[in-house]
Design a protein around this ligand. Structure first.
Ligand code: NAG
Ligand code: NAG
Ligand code: NAG
Length: 445
């Protein structure tokens, strides 16, 4: 059933063509079984150590990464743990880092301001961090990981769910549930459904709604109570039903930033940038939904988005074929932008694990090619810090920081995850959480 679905697919042919030249460059790494993938283990471990050079134990956050970016730093550590638990626990003590971040991050006073540039569509978050000092009066931080932005809440919920996958610490899953309860309160009937970006209730955008889908679908497979699992599943299905009709997915299967609410109350695609992360989180959400329901139709709906996004984002930079953020914003994509590409590739990795078809091989090739470029061209010698431009040089923009590094690390971890060499690869550990499940191939499409 694999080949019949995709053998005649025009999209598959287009993207095989697109990547044939890319695969040609990648002589050392065939896309089906990559002999170099075993070395991603050492490379990724090295990158984890570099990431931790920014870790601030007193805030539980990563210096130079703001609030939501730090959730993504936590998530890449959790994803990595799923591929290399022994290194994560014995060499790095990821469970200890998770526990510390869980405790300290929500006590850290963070003031957040976000603005969207009307001219460029860039989102800029400004965070002021201050580690809470113990004595009574100082203001609580984002207690329970709740703040004014539903997207920030979603990032933390997902990172805590992955942390639960890696450790089975029940507190992480329970907190993800309480975060989601707050997100549910951010939904209403404006635009026919969906969650607002923030508690100011002015903008319904893609990222908050993709996170809402992903968190609901992830909880639907993990929480212990059957009644709550069923409710999360219904919420996730309803959310996807709304999202796909919302207008945010354009005619090229790409997702624009959000919706414009017109005078008459109707809502239309606002035509703003198709940021990479907007093409990413939805993939992970649909994969979760496919596993939660056993319905591979959700994965089928994800594939065209992934394929269109890889095509859109893949660019030749100084002769090197890599994924680059839309809008040619690199190397200056603001404080938030450097995180986006990693989010995309992470979720692309989840999708690749869930399919076993022609697009899977092509998409996997894209992940591996980017991983090689990150490692070979975008790494600072000595520190092993990774920069914003995956084609290099690592000094691009203001040089590497925790956001550029964790984002590039997502590529290394995804490459390792899709290589299928790990006994607890992303497929088995990340997605196949039910007892007794097996099969690193994931769902067949
Ligand atoms: C990871 O390794 C630690 C230490 O060896 C072990 O206690 C734990 O059960 C492992 N976790 C998983 C999810 O395999
Ligand atoms: C839920 O959202 C409404 C705004 O629609 C707000 O007034 C209310 O305080 C929120 N409830 C909780 C528990 O946050
Ligand atoms: C991290 O580096 C990127 C690329 O140079 C830059 O756009 C971003 O502003 C930096 N972040 C911080 C907090 O300096």
């Amino acid at each position: 059933m694999v080949s019949t679905k995709w053998g005649s697919s025009l999209a598959a042919h287009i993207y095989l063509l697109l990547f044939s030249h890319l695969a040609g460059r990648a002589a050392a790494a065939p896309t089906t079984s990559s002999p170099s993938s075993s070395s991603y283990r050492a490379e990724t471990l090295t990158a984890v150590k570099a990431l931790q050079s920014w870790y601030n134990p007193s805030t539980g956050l990563w210096n130079t990464a703001g609030w939501w970016n730090s959730a993504n730093c936590l998530q890449v550590l959790a994803d990595w743990t799923m591929t290399d638990n022994s290194s994560a626990t014995t060499l790095i003590n990821v469970p200890g880092i998770m526990q510390n971040t869980f405790t300290k991050a929500q006590q850290t006073t963070v003031s957040t301001q976000k603005t969207v540039s009307a001219r460029t569509g860039h989102i800029t978050s400004t965070y002021t961090l201050q580690a809470k000092h113990i004595h009574g009066n100082s203001r609580r931080g984002f207690s329970g990981f709740i703040n004014d932005f539903y997207d920030d809440e979603g990032w933390w919920a997902l990172a805590l769910i992955r942390s639960w996958d890696a450790t089975r610490n029940a507190g992480y899953l329970a907190t993800a549930e309480s975060i989601f309860a707050d997100m549910v309160n951010g939904t209403d009937a404006v635009c026919g459904g969906g969650v607002w970006w923030s508690k100011a209730r002015k903008y319904k955008n893609a990222i908050a709604n993709e996170l809402y889908l992903s968190v609901a679908a992830a909880l639907a497979r993990r929480v212990p109570d059957a009644g709550r699992r069923a409710r999360y599943l219904q919420t996730a299905k309803d959310q996807w039903g709304w999202f796909r009709r919302s207008g945010m997915i354009n005619g090229e299967s790409l997702i624009n930033d959000g919706l414009t609410i017109k005078e008459d109350g109707s809502c239309v695609n606002n035509g703003a940038q198709t940021w990479s992360y907007n093409q990413g989180v939805v993939l992970g959400g649909l994969v979760e939904l496919a596993y939660a329901t056993g319905d591979v139709g959700y994965v089928r709906e994800a594939v065209p988005i992934a394929v269109a996004a890889v095509k859109k984002l893949t660019t030749t930079v100084d002769g090197v074929v890599v994924i680059r953020e839309v809008d040619r914003c690199e190397p200056d994509c603001g404080l938030d932008g450097p995180q986006f590409k990693g989010v995309f590739v992470r979720n692309l990795g989840y999708l690749v694990v869930a399919v076993s078809t022609a697009p899977e091989r092509v998409l996997k090739g894209a992940i591996e090619a980017n991983a090689r470029s990150v490692w070979n061209r975008d790494r600072e010698s000595g520190t092993n810090r990774l920069g914003i431009s995956w084609a290099g040089p690592v000094s691009a923009g203001q040089g590497p920081n925790a956001s550029t590094h964790s984002s590039a690390m997502d590529v290394l971890v995804a490459a390792r995850g899709v290589a299928g060499l790990s006994p607890r690869g992303l497929g088995m550990g990340m997605w196949k959480v039910e007892e007794g499940e097996s099969g690193s191939e994931g769902a067949k499409v």
